[in-house]
Design a protein around this ligand. Sequence first.
Ligand SMILES: *[C@@H]1O[C@H](CO)[C@@H](O)[C@H](O)[C@H]1NC(C)=O
Ligand SMILES: *[C@@H]1O[C@H](CO)[C@@H](O)[C@H](O)[C@H]1NC(C)=O
Ligand SMILES: *[C@@H]1O[C@H](CO)[C@@H](O)[C@H](O)[C@H]1NC(C)=O
Ligand SMILES: *[C@@H]1O[C@H](CO)[C@@H](O)[C@H](O)[C@H]1NC(C)=O
Ligand SMILES: *[C@@H]1O[C@H](CO)[C@@H](O)[C@H](O)[C@H]1NC(C)=O
Ligand SMILES: *[C@@H]1O[C@H](CO)[C@@H](O)[C@H](O)[C@H]1NC(C)=O
Length: 422
Amino acid sequence: MLTYLLVLCVLGDIAVPHSEAGCLKTKPGLYSKGGGRKTPTVAPSADGAQKIAKASNNFSQRLYREIALGSKNTIYSPLSIHTALSMTSLGAKGDTKTEMTSTLGLDVFTGEREPHQAYNDVIAQLNAASNVTTILTANAIFINKLETVESAFVRDVQNFYLSNVSTFDPHDPAGPERVINEYVEYKTRGLIQNLVQPNVVTALTLMVLVNTVYFNGSWDRPFDKDRTQPADFHTQQGTIQVDTMFDTRTMNIKRNFHGADVGELTIGHGRFSVVIVLPHTVDGLADLENALTVPGRVEELFQDLTPVRVNVSMPKVNIESTFMLSQPLIQLGMVKAFSPHEADFTGINRNGNIFIKEGFHQSTIEINEYGTVASAATAVVIEMRRQPPAANATFQVDHPFLFLLTDNRLRSILFQGKFIQP
Ligand SMILES: *[C@@H]1O[C@H](CO)[C@@H](O)[C@H](O)[C@H]1NC(C)=O
Ligand SMILES: *[C@@H]1O[C@H](CO)[C@@H](O)[C@H](O)[C@H]1NC(C)=O
Ligand SMILES: *[C@@H]1O[C@H](CO)[C@@H](O)[C@H](O)[C@H]1NC(C)=O
Ligand SMILES: *[C@@H]1O[C@H](CO)[C@@H](O)[C@H](O)[C@H]1NC(C)=O
Ligand SMILES: *[C@@H]1O[C@H](CO)[C@@H](O)[C@H](O)[C@H]1NC(C)=O
Ligand SMILES: *[C@@H]1O[C@H](CO)[C@@H](O)[C@H](O)[C@H]1NC(C)=O
């Protein structure tokens, strides 16, 4: 296993397309690093977006304990998971909503619509950063084309989350999940395929909510490919050879942070960073992980780094992870949302009887001489408890009839006719 943590951040701004530990740099003040930072300080974002970043980072630390404490390479996007769940919470009511809001840390907002309004700002700011690096986050909902969803909910996800709204065909011979997976694959430029496995989306699925993130940024100072060579990498199981990049450069560093050293590699004129947190010992990662679960600790990672001239060596990294989210989220207190009998999503369908069947998350990261390419996707599957109602009656068109073709928006008849015989 790799014995360091990677944290990809948005500098001085809203946070975290990808990270293991999540991160946040909200206050520009945090970045005045006595020694003078080479990268420009990015203007602070609006207050609401900062609150979202904080909530998502805090959520990430709690989630990390549930999904990432094993001894495997891991990558996930807290922001992607947080976005998909926040969007879903728009339709939650009662205790279901209270639990979701508190698990997501959205209870720092006062008004009910405030966090969603703030998300609007987060999305806009992330996508606007595409002038310095390629970053794109997108949301979509896919509704069972034989079912209905409250129009207020649809309007809200469109307005707040800029969500694309489309349908899936529960009887698609290629699988109802096909349109969803195709959308995710397109938005992540092919990096995430088959997010939703066959037989997950069925005729009993009401809706699937999706978030995607794609990030492709080159280092402000790339590594020289010619200097990359196999070098020792020490694991608890022994030493192995891995492709390692080398450079001599000035890098922002902090020593002795809870038994680890912190180093920062910047992307997009300092707007983004990959922050490496390297324990002093080969078996030091578990202690570091524990240290970082203290609330607010992760923010300290980004304070007081100072530029140091270093010989840096860094292995090339390629990680892909997939997660099912229900168990971790239930552990974090989001219980009712997953309960077929207790969930209250009457904001999505006023008849109720719907619940979250499962959440799926997939993420990739590749770090090489050129920079970092990362992607993530989250899908929340909303299931109907009832069996679809059996047909009670028939509507058999077997004799002459009249027909109208209408524009339902203008409520105008575009065509009208009758059918007497074939
Ligand atoms: C990118 O766009 C942001 C917001 O529009 C602006 O503040 C920033 O200066 C731009 N950066 C570059 C390098 O053009
Ligand atoms: C919205 O989703 C549909 C279905 O996947 C897709 O065809 C369309 O291109 C998407 N629109 C945008 C703006 O992404
Ligand atoms: C990342 O962007 C670079 C430069 O635009 C491009 O050459 C590369 O193919 C991209 N990588 C991926 C995996 O999309
Ligand atoms: C993080 O969330 C926990 C649990 O919701 C809360 O107790 C803690 O105060 C939060 N920490 C920060 C720094 O917001
Ligand atoms: C840094 O690398 C150079 C060239 O490989 C070497 O001469 C020098 O001793 C190294 N410095 C340190 C502090 O390791
Ligand atoms: C089916 O028939 C029953 C009894 O006539 C009626 O109460 C119910 O509303 C009908 N359901 C639908 C979906 O038409």
